[in-house]
Design a protein around this ligand. Structure first.
Ligand code: ADP
Ligand code: MG
Length: 449
């Protein structure tokens, strides 16, 4: 019964360069008008010459450095030959033997390689009798990242893909929006009872994290059932039917020799090590704080894992929390700030006024209830935290002289009552404004006399 699941991922992401991979046609994923961003080069006209997009190469190299991969000394582009209406040249320019990046690791998953290729055109089959082809996407720079077969659960596969999406976004090299097809996942799935690998099936076109996890779970069950019945798993490419929640057979898997790969004679070889801009040192200097570094820094600050995840995955909140922490400085106040940001703010408000609210909580000038009231007003109409507190009678009474009278009354009126009850009475007598900590202090002193 105990079958081991093995998954290796192949993930594509469109790079957000200004122009396409081998020509200066615009790379605009939002272009609505079909075949607006095309030219003789990306349309594969005879006699045209491709030119390598430096920014695209740099993007992949930065990604490689971020995941600790090895930059190629030498890289080249190959022609991957096959016929399909969405590849105008009859081949796709990709990288085969000499990818830009080898190895590396992300989310504990070993990477095989990261290379650069060009995207295909977009076909439409649901408009009348004909199929339509829009070449705006043809030739857009496309990253392909391949992992080793070292993933052993659907959740692990989905969380790897999420972390990669985040990394691409942090690096600013791809929007990696899966709904828009800017990032696409293929999952190679096999099951086996032994430590050997079983036959793998490649599931294509997974366009969400949920679909990725569901397709892997489905394949696991399907393959286990086949083997249990004494049948063989066919090595093939399968698609994912989102509505049915099933994978379906598309075609027998091609072998790489079917593509007759060979180095593209129109493109120069890339001696990466000889390009100063692409030195590891220079590339490293371009990296922002990476998702896992930000996560670790926040946890070290004492932020809870749940809150840290919000700041890591929602950069606008991460930046906001950063601003607020810079202003507050004190670790204890920073944690308080995090609690109020995640529970009370629907939208970032002026960081200084928010910080001031947190400081007033820290000094006991306002209660937690008062703080929530202030934050509500700040979100609705802005203003100054302290002025709002005063105007709305939210400043707590911390003055011992002022509270003394209420405390004495409470003690006389409620002999033998527990301390928390007496604190409640003092708060009531003060119209809700007594600082509970000070009230308790006073009462204890009085009762111990
Ligand atoms: P192919 O030559 O069919 O493209 P590769 O060896 O290049 O196969 O691997 C392609 C992808 O399949 C990689 O992501 C790899 O991790 C994954 N893979 C390879 N073998 C297995 C296996 N037995 N089970 C699951 N995934 C696998
Ligand atoms: Mg492949």
């Amino acid at each position: 019964m105990d079958y081991k699941l093995t998954v290796g991922l192949e993930i594509h992401a469109e790079l957000k360069t200004r122009t396409k991979m081998f020509c200066d046609s615009k790379n605009d994923p939002d272009e609505k008008s079909p075949n607006a961003n095309i030219c003789p080069v990306c349309m594969g006209y005879p006699g045209t010459l491709p030119v390598i997009n430096r920014e695209a190469v740099k993007s992949i190299l930065r990604l490689g450095v971020a995941v600790g991969g090895k930059l190629a000394d030498y890289a080249e582009f190959d022609r991957k030959n096959y016929f399909y209406p969405d590849i105008p040249k009859g081949y796709q320019i990709s990288q085969y033997k000499h990818p830009l990046i080898s190895g590396g690791e992300l989310s504990g998953v070993k990477l095989t390689r990261i290379h650069l290729e060009e995207d295909t055109a977009r076909s439409t089959h649901d408009k009348g009798e004909e199929s339509l082809v829009d070449f705006n996407r043809a030739g857009v720079p496309l990253m392909e990242l391949v992992t080793e077969p070292v993933i052993h659960s659907a959740e692990e596969a989905a969380s790897f893909a999420k972390e990669l999406q985040l990394l691409l976004q942090y690096l600013g090299i791809s929007e990696a929006n899966m709904e828009k097809g800017e990032m696409r996942v293929e999952a190679n799935v096999s099951v086996s009872k032994t430590s050997d690998f079983g036959t793998k099936v490649e599931v294509k076109n997974l366009n969400s994290f949920r679909a990725t996890a569901k397709a892997i779970d489905f394949e696991y069950k399907r393959q286990v059932e086949l083997i249990d019945k004494g049948e063989k798993v066919a090595q093939e490419t399968r698609g994912w039917d989102e509505n049915a929640g099933e994978t379906f057979s598309q075609r027998a898997k091609e072998e790489s020799h079917d593509y007759r790969y060979f180095p593209d004679p129109d493109l120069p070889k890339l001696f990466i090590k000889e390009i100063p801009e692409f030195s590891e040192e220079n590339l490293k200097a371009t990296l922002p704080e990476l998702p896992w570094d930000r996560r670790r820094r926040l946890l070290n600050l004492g932020v809870s894992p749940e809150h840290a995840e919000i700041y890591v995955t929602q950069p606008e909140w991460g930046t906001y929390f950063g601003e607020v922490s810079q202003t507050l400085k004190e670790p204890e106040l920073i944690i308080t700030a995090s609690n109020y940001i995640t529970s009370e703010l629907k939208t970032p408000i002026d960081a200084n006024e928010f910080a001031e609210t947190v400081r007033m909580i820290g000094t006991g000038e306002i209660s937690s209830k008062g703080a929530k009231e202030i934050l509500k007003i700040l979100q609705a109409q802005g203003g100054e935290a302290r002025a709002i507190a005063e105007k709305n009678n939210l400043m707590q009474i911390s003055d011992r002289g002022q509270l003394q009278k209420f405390a004495e009354e409470a003690v006389t009126e409620n002999k033998e009552a527990p301390i928390q009850f007496l604190v409640g009475q003092v708060i009531k007598k003060s119209g809700g404004r007594a600082n509970p900590a000070i009230a308790q202090e006073l009462l204890l002193e009085m009762l111990n006399r």
